[in-house]
Design a protein around this ligand. Structure first.
Ligand code: AMP
Ligand code: GLY
Length: 414
């Protein structure tokens, strides 16, 4: 099978790594990729937002499957011309990707499908925003309606800051605050059958102790030893399946990866957000535990034959990933610095997944983005996986970089 992956972050590196280990995959390509992906796939300098260029590349390579990784090309509709050209594609249409592309659309789908989520108002004026903030009280949750790379949400008890964020966005969703721990649960779907993966948790804030601004995610682990038994079945029945059924009913079936960001509140499980793609960095730990070869699963979703698949097999152990971010991330990331020590990290349980990297003229690896790379490790339990991941992190040096030191710490102590 010839597979083309679209994107160039750590999530796409994790996907490419798993696909490269799948004996069914005879050729692996990625556009645009990054310096790490180039070690396992042939990379192509194609604009991932250009549907015509991506479709032309898929045709030129005679790809049997195209996997669209990030939200930006999905929301821009890159999957649509591929499907129209008859290429099996893993990833939703532009219409179905609105589940991530518009928080207001997601709220509407959830209301129609009876999916439990925070009560909310959609606001376009300062007066509406002020009224919504006062209706819910502090802490305030203000979300930019559109895509914002994980940075469009402000949670604050400062009413003026909440109003300021609302004013900076064209349309916002203001909602009730959800307490309780967060869980990311991914499901692969062909639009009808829904196959949940294992739950993971990510760490969205930039600094230790969940301090600092929201980011795209600074680390993740799986499994969640503290999660209630039956959580996956409950979320499948109350969230994932009803959402997939509702989108099919609307004539815009969702096929690809449905990501439910959940809060386990004192009043029950609630959806915080949906994403229309694999989460980053949770994918790094979820795929680290997947034993079933990946390509056949993604192809079955693309082909509409997921119902015929054997149950997925998982590693009983744990996986932890820790992100190295560049100086200034998330506000103003510094790029262009050499990364050292990369060759000293990998062993049989530990590996580096690149995000914002590129190859320099002399073959060195340079930082090229905010989240630069992540070190992922597996182990018999979270404590072992965590120790290995941090051992890897300690060997890498990048000027001014930062990482959290408390990823999976509490879970490892349980
Ligand atoms: P989102 O982009 O919707 O996932 O929001 C980013 C982060 O903001 C979430 O992971 C939560 O930590 C926080 N957040 C979002 N919505 C809420 C909410 N209703 N209550 C509490 N925290 C929230
Ligand atoms: N880890 C959060 C996200 O992928 O949106």
């Amino acid at each position: 099978m010839k597979v083309l992956v679209i994107g160039g972050g750590a999530r796409e590196h994790a996907l490419c790594r798993s696909l490269s280990l799948d004996p069914a995959v005879t050729e692996l390509h990625c556009a645009p990729g990054n310096a790490g992906i180039a070690q396992v796939a042939t990379v192509h300098p194609v604009d991932q937002l250009d549907g015509a260029a991506v479709t032309a590349l898929a045709a030129e390579l005679a790809a049997d499957l195209v996997v669209v990784g990030p939200e930006a090309p999905l929301v821009a509709g890159v999957a649509d011309p591929l499907r129209a050209a008859g290429v099996p594609v893993f990833g939703p249409s532009a219409e179905a990707a609105q589940l991530e592309g518009s928080k207001a659309f997601a709220k509407d789908v959830m209301a129609a499908a009876g999916v439990p989520t925070a009560r909310s108002y959609v606001c376009t004026t300062a007066e509406e925003a002020a009224a919504a903030l006062d209706a819910f009280g502090a802490p305030y949750v203000v979300k930019d309606d559109g895509l914002a790379a994980g940075k469009g949400v402000v949670v604050t008890s400062d009413r003026a800051a909440a109003l300021e964020h609302a004013a900076s966005c064209e349309r916002v969703v203001i909602e009730e605050y959800l307490d309780g721990p967060e869980v990311s649960l991914f499901a692969i779907t062909d639009g009808t059958t829904v196959l949940p993966l294992v739950p993971a948790q990510d760490f969205k804030r930039a600094l230790d102790g969940d301090e600092g601004p929201n980011t795209g995610g600074m680390g993740a682990y799986s499994p969640l030893p503290w999660a209630p038994e039956g959580l996956v079945d409950e979320v499948l029945a109350t969230v994932l399946q009803p959402t997939v059924d509702e989108l099919r009913r609307r004539g815009t079936p969702f096929s690809g990866l449905l990501y439910a960001g959940l809060a386990l509140t004192s009043r029950g499980t609630r959806v915080i957000e949906f994403n229309a793609r694999f989460g980053d960095p949770e994918t790094q730990v979820v795929l680290a535990r997947l034993r079933t070869p990946l390509a056949g699963v993604l192809l079955a979703a693309a082909d509409g034959t997921l119902g015929e698949l054997e149950p997925l097999r998982w590693d009983e152990g744990a996986a932890v990933t820790v992100v190295v971010a560049s100086e200034g991330y998330p506000a103003a990331p510094r790029t262009g610095d050499p990364i050292e020590g990369l060759d000293e990290v990998a062993d049989e349980h530990t590996y580096v997944l690149h995000a914002g990297t590129r190859s320099g003229d002399g073959g060195e690896v340079l930082s090229a983005g905010g989240r630069v790379l992540s070190v992922t490790a597996t182990g018999a339990d979270i404590a072992e996986a965590r120790e290995r991941a941090y051992r890897g992190i300690a060997r890498i040096s990048l000027k001014g970089s930062h990482h959290r030191t408390d990823i999976a710490l509490k879970a490892a102590q349980q």
